[in-house]
Design a protein around this ligand. Sequence first.
Ligand code: 5GP
Length: 187
Amino acid sequence: MSGKIFVISGPSGVGKTTLIRKTLENLDSIYYSISATTRPPGKGEVEGRDYYFISEEEFDRLVESDAFLEWENVYGNRYGTLKSEMEKAIMLGKDALLELDVKGALMVKSKIKDAVLIFIKPPSIEDLEKRRSERMRGEENIEARSSLAPVEIKQGERFFDFIIINDEVERAAGELEAILKGEKKKQ
Ligand code: 5GP
């Protein structure tokens, strides 16, 4: 039997990665799917842990060989979920957790009906802007990341199965853990 697919989305700077790391520390039953991207590695990012950092040509080749479950252009770079990552999760007997943009999440849902979509929301746009100005110096395509946030939040509220407000990371991680465990029980 194949595992469940969880997809987490949220505007850039909302703190998704920290939240996911914290939650997965306590959950051995979930495999974090590593995406391929054409964007260059950021500070502290590790090849094969955060992403597979690949060239435009390599990305083209993967698209042509139908290696992606989905891929999107996000904030000016390409990102894609590899089918091989889903196979890895199944081989390990685990559920898969994907961190995708909203379009990618909806694409996954259209292909896999029982995928569970979880949206991470900031307490307010002002809070998001504050975090961004503190944390995101030197980030790729800051303008696009910032201007898309209200649209992403609207879509998240409309189409996602769960919404978590990331007001406080410990609390939000507890909520995420409860959702992941709760959905597992339903299988
Ligand atoms: P970042 O550059 O901040 O790591 O990621 C930018 C955006 O791309 C985030 O919203 C992230 O969730 C999304 N993303 C990362 N990997 C994938 C992927 O494989 N597919 C899609 N559609 N979005 C992704």
